[in-house]
Design a protein around this ligand. Structure first.
Ligand code: DON
Length: 621
């Protein structure tokens, strides 16, 4: 036989391919690099030193993947792009109510340095114009200006995922020429928007604008907002999740000043520009884009920056109002108890009773992010079917996130069904403790093990047991002739086989079979309940089956004469009959017909279990 490895040329350790996204960004940069309209800002003298050819693009996803091309590592000052981030910190420090008393959220349609203050209250229209940003800087907590600055730098560094510093030359340049901002500062002091002498606040503002970043930082800062406030590269939280929506709102409505309307219309992402030539754009839940190119249009936005964001948004359908059909896909599949039964194998009588009542159980496997609009689809489906079933299982195995409104809706649904003596239970909810907490809070003294189940299989078993009223009374031991294994055996033949069985009692928790044991006996479960579990590589175990009385276990290894492939433990005190393999073999000589009947019955049991497994594969695939 040819050794394949000898014939096949040994593959060189080839380098990984370039990401097509990198190719796309390279092309994009090349396309706009030659575009030379716009002016480098010079009203802050230090900024005039910027090179108009500098041009970098970066995209960071909420998965933490970062793509960057061109001058993506070239430092420049963040300028007005600092405003939404500082606004977020002010919200954390003061809460929405107090901040809204000081600073409005209305777009002005005016330029960034317009003195847009309410004529009566002096309230600046929004936190994205200089007036609003200076007012915002005045709300930052800290026992002195150094502490406040430290907190602002710490926050911005958390967004960027690296320790950021201030460009002292730009800071000095701005501070020395910031007369208009000073005027705004004193106007705000005049209206008591700033409650102390504005110079410290102005200084903090000039410093926040002078923080040195690159467009890779901007992309990651944007992706942090897109990722509900957690930096997707460092996993550090930069802002409390509840305030992200407010920061993105003002970026969406005011971030691009008097171009905001056209921007949101064409590009469709909350964004913020800065006079040093940076733009950050955010697609909530997905990604952040950072662009750096100093030449600005007459509104103070980077010319190439706008073109790049426009193009990326168009090419990849990133407009946030470009909605895909919502919700329909939240229910990945649903089925009733006739298609899928739990791994609790039951005796013939219980199997029949369950088959008759199987459609009283409905299981809904749901997926994705659960919020009002998606959980409403699930609730509506269950409400619509509430007349036809008594037990509803919501399986959260493929759910990514679950918000408060979902907890509320599911809990109300549970209570409403309970009023009608129907039950709603949840499976695979370990990742969502908030759901259990919410239900516990609403249903005082309730037994949550009735609602929350380890996985869909245990939830299904729970519903089946309810239908069978299991656990009400301990059924008497199954007699030998009632074992399916002995179907077709007459009384004499039952006596023969009975004479070869040994009887053993086991108590709850006891291990009857260990995985890997040699298989010498077949077990007939006359009373009680056992479960078969297989050890998994991660040290956990997986339930393969639970058996009620009247069933046999250990038959596979017994027939194969192989090692036990799983362990068997006692769930409910059990009584077992054991048939030794050698005794069974000996029967061939004198009682071959009994042996044939038993093997025939075993085959039929195997076939039925195989058919059940095939049906389930069919439903679940
Ligand atoms: O206060 C100023 O004027 C600058 N530090 C920031 C202005 C700015 O970035 C406007 N953005 N396009």
């Amino acid at each position: 036989m040819t050794n394949v490895s000898q014939s096949m040329p040994v593959a060189e350790e080839s380098s990984a391919i370039d990401s097509p996204i990198m190719d796309y960004l390279c092309d994009l940069r090349d396309q706009f690099a030659g575009h030379d309209s716009g002016e480098v800002a010079d009203y802050i003298p230090e900024l005039a030193k910027a090179c108009s050819e500098s041009f970098g693009i970066a995209v960071a996803t909420t998965e933490g993947h970062v793509y960057e091309v061109g001058d993506s590592r070239q430092e420049f000052t963040i300028q007005s792009i600092s405003k939404p981030f500082v606004y977020g910190l002010a919200l954390e420090d003061n809460g929405r109510t107090d901040i809204l008393k000081k600073i409005g959220v209305e777009p002005t349609g005016d330029a960034f340095n317009s003195i847009s203050l309410d004529s009566e209250t002096g309230q600046p229209a929004n936190p994205m114009i200089n007036a609003g940003a200076i007012a915002t800087a005045g709300q930052i907590m800290g026992y002195d200006k150094d502490k406040k600055l430290l907190r602002v730098m710490g926050m911005m560094s958390a967004y960027a995922g690296r320790s950021l510093e201030i460009d002292e030359a730009v800071y000095r340049s701005e501070s020395e020429t910031g007369h208009r901002n000073r005027a705004i500062g004193y106007m705000l002091r005049n209206f008591n928007i700033l409650e102390e002498d504005p110079s410290e606040t102005l200084d903090l503002y000039f410093r926040q604008c002078s923080v040195s970043v690159n467009c890779r930082d901007l992309a990651i800062m944007g992706a942090t907002l897109a990722n509900a406030g957690i930096n997707p590269v460092t996993q550090e939280r930069a802002i409390r999740g509840e305030y992200v929506e407010n920061v993105l709102s003002v970026m969406g409505s005011c971030g691009m000043y008097d171009y905001a309307g056209e921007w949101i219309y064409k590009v469709g992402m909350p964004a913020k520009s800065g006079v040093a030539g940076g733009i950050v754009a955010v697609l909530p839940g997905k990604l952040g884009i950072g662009v750096f190119s100093p030449p600005l249009d007459k509104r103070g936005n980077s010319v190439r920056g706008i073109k790049v964001c426009n193009r990326i948004s168009m090419d990849f359908n990133l407009h946030m109002f470009n909605v895909v059909q919502p919700g329909k896909s939240v229910i990945r599949r649903s089925y009733d108890g006739s298609h899928i039964t739990s791994k609790h194998l039951r005796g013939a009588a219980e199997r029949r009773r369950l088959q008759e009542a199987a459609d009283l159980i409905r299981v809904y496997e749901i997926q994705g992010d659960l919020n009002f609009s998606t959980s409403e689809v699930v609730v509506n489906e269950i409400v619509t079917n509430s007349r036809f079933a008594d037990y509803f299982v919501i399986d959260l195995k493929r759910v990514l996130t679950l918000d408060q409104s979902t907890c509320h809706l599911f809990c109300q649904l549970l209570l409403k069904l309970a009023d009608k003596d129907k039950q709603l239970v949840f499976a695979n909810c370990d990742s969502f403790p908030e759901l259990g907490r919410y239900i516990r809070m609403k249903i005082k003294g309730g037994n949550e093990s009735l609602w929350l189940h380890f996985d869909d299989d245990y939830a299904l078993e729970y519903c089946e047991d309810r239908i069978l009223n299991r656990g009400e009374v301990t059924p008497p031991p199954v007699s030998l002739q009632d074992f399916e294994l002995f179907d077709g055996l007459d009384a004499d033949e039952i006596d023969v086989i009975g004479g070869r069985l040994t009887k053993q009692r086991y108590t709850q928790g006891e291990i009857i079979i260990n995985q890997g044991d040699a298989a010498s006996q077949l077990y007939l479960l006359a009373q009680g309940q056992v479960s078969i579990r297989m050890a998994l590589p991660d040290g956990n175990t997986k339930r393969l089956a639970t058996l009620s009385q009247g069933l046999v276990f250990g038959e596979m290894a017994w027939i194969e004469r192989s090692e036990r492939s799983a362990a068997v433990t006692v769930d409910v005190d059990a009584l077992c009959y054991k048939l030794d393999i050698d005794d069974f073999d000996d029967m061939m000589a004198d009682h071959s017909s009994i042996k044939v009947k038993i093997l025939g019955n075993l085959l039929r049991i195997f076939t039925r279990n195989l058919r059940k497994a095939n049906t389930e594969i069919g439903v679940l695939s």
